[in-house]
Ligand binder design. Structure first.
Ligand code: 3NM
Ligand code: MG
Length: 521
């Protein structure tokens, strides 16, 4: 028997069919659209009806040479000669099912926890269904969704085995790219496929729905493995190109930031040559995602209502393939902030995460660096290694700020030593750095967008490592220039001087003053 291609796994649900559509015509359209394996799932049918649906579906799948799997019922699977069964945690145990089924039967099992994945591996399942990734209307969940970031650890458990893994629960064409990107494991294991019910079954055009999902899945698998190598001089040159592009392209940077720094963030953005828009209402997030070029999410003065807007905004910005910069301000200070940041990162894919040692330690669940409110106390033993590891884990560029700043894309780590102490003395210098990074990422993404049609990308493949380096250099070098001015006497006069210096900053000044080094491992 051919091995099963799990890439697009359709799970049926006749209750979700749009009015006027039949199960079989929807199934056939989905197969034509690119579904690679089908599971018949009947939760309310009696045995005779389940058997009839399974027989008809089997005949259709046979015509397209597609494997058919039956949910829960070993007897139905045997009766129609299906390729396998899919079991839940409370169904027949795998070893007994194995004894009852012919040799070569595919047995899959749903797993919701790491322990369940370990047990599935011991029991020699052929594949696991990992979920629910997100909440779903299709099934009443008995435990909370695991989120995208929980999947990587599950994939690591399976690493080296032949067990295939598909994710399930709330997967749609609008979040599939994030799922593929954010679920990759530390060992670079990817999902073998995605299982989908409503996005196909309830779609007005199931063939198109399947095509969309399939092409995103394919593109994501290719993009996931690709990284751009960069040297120190190379990255400086690229950063300065992006700096110039911010001025010529004048990107619109949507910023959901805190009330303390909103005004200075908007002015700093203008000084760089970008345009700010500071909007928070969930109702306008869809519209704004169509006109803006990057999104900054800063949780500095988060309230419950603003979280909804941030969740929505990120979803639309991922779909528009524009960059998202997350500034998890004071994430260690409260459970509310911690849970909120978790929810944000499980709902959308960040392009850059920026924070001080205390914030990034809290985000990574590390106790190495502590926080006092929004201020960081202490640092990591090996900040460069920490930055690289967090970057790998979250699959985005990470900027660790401090006296020395560290920036990594999961491969390279750059260490930057510019900046005047006055920059740390004003409020919100970290937050305005978020605005700088967002402006630079917006330009980097625009520079990369020409002719790139990959649907599966979460962004247009811009050089966000160079963008982050450029943004940090711009702000820190400008702070050095501002502090030297005769009209600066303290933090009050420093801020306007910083804005002025940023607005007249030349690439040559950065090239001359930049203290940047690559960290070797
Ligand atoms: N099993 P949709 S979630 C059948 O978590 C099923 O094991 C799940 O439907 C699990 O793609 C789910 O419409 C329903 O969200 C998935
Ligand atoms: Mg079951």
């Amino acid at each position: 028997m051919d091995p099963i291609d799990f890439s697009l796994y359709l799970v049926t649900d006749r209750a979700l069919l749009p009015v006027g559509k039949t199960h079989l015509e929807t199934l056939e359209q989905a197969i034509i659209g690119g579904v690679t394996v089908v599971q018949i799932r009947e939760k309310t049918a009696d045995t005779a009806e389940f058997l009839r649906v399974a027989q008809e579906s089997k005949a259709l799948c046979d015509r397209y040479n597609l494997p058919l799997i039956i949910n829960d019922r070993i007897d139905i699977s045997l009766a129609v000669g299906a390729r396998g069964v899919h079991l839940g945690q409370t169904d027949m145990p795998i070893d007994i099912a194995r004894q009852l089924m012919p040799t070569g039967t595919i047995i899959g099992i749903s797993c919701n926890t790491l322990d369940e994945v370990r047990r599935a591996k011991e029991a020699k399942a052929d594949y696991v269904g990992l979920g629910a990734v997100w909440s779903t209307q299709t099934k009443k969940l008995t435990s909370p969704p695991i989120g995208v970031r929980g999947l990587g650890a599950m994939l690591d458990v399976l690493s080296g085995s032949n067990i295939k893994a598909v994710a399930i629960g709330g997967i749609k064409s609008t979040n599939l790219a994030h799922l593929m990107h954010g679920s990759m494991s530390q060992l670079e294991e990817c999902l073998d496929g995605v299982a989908v019910v409503s996005d196909i079954v309830a779609a007005p055009d199931p063939m198109k729905a399947a095509q969309r999902l399939k092409s995103i899945f394919r593109a994501s698998r290719i993009v996931a493995a690709k990284r751009i190598p960069t040297s120190r001089d190379d990255i400086l040159t690229k950063a300065l190109t992006i700096m110039t592009a911010v001025r010529s392209l004048n990107p619109l940077v949507h910023q959901m930031t805190n009330v303390v720094v909103a005004n200075q963030s908007a002015n700093i953005t203008l000084a760089l040559g970008a345009s700010p828009i500071m909007a928070t209402a969930p109702e306008e997030m869809s519209d704004l995602s169509k006109i803006s070029h990057a999104l900054l999410v800063n949780i500095g003065t988060l309230v419950s209502g603003s979280l909804q807007g941030m969740l929505k905004a990120g979803h639309f910005v991922n779909t528009a393939r524009n960059p998202i910069i997350l500034d998890p301000v004071g994430v260690g200070a409260s459970e509310f902030r911690k849970n909120s940041v978790n929810e944000l990162l499980n709902s959308w894919q960040a392009t850059v995460i920026k924070g001080n040692a205390g914030e990034l330690a809290a985000l990574a669940g590390s106790t190495e660096a502590e926080s006092k409110g929004v201020d960081s106390l202490g640092n990591f033993k090996d900040p460069a290694l920490f930055t690289r590891q967090l970057s790998r884990k979250e699959r985005c560029v990470v900027v660790l700020t401090g006296e020395t700043d560290y920036i990594s894309d999961g491969e390279r780590v750059f260490m930057l030593k510019n900046g005047h102490p006055l920059l740390g003395s004003i409020t919100g210098s970290g937050c305005v750095l978020g605005s700088c990074i967002a402006s630079y990422c917006a330009a980097a993404n625009l520079l990369a967008s020409d002719g790139d049609q990959h649907e599966g990308r979460l962004n247009r493949g811009g050089d966000f490592l160079s963008a982050a380096v450029g943004a940090v250099l711009a702000l820190t070098v400008a702070s050095e220039l501002a502090a030297k001015r005769g009209d600066v006497h303290g933090i009050g006069s420093f801020l306007p001087a910083l804005i002025d210096e940023l607005s007249t900053l030349r690439p040559e000044a950065i090239r001359r003053l930049a203290k940047i080094e690559e960290v070797g491992f």
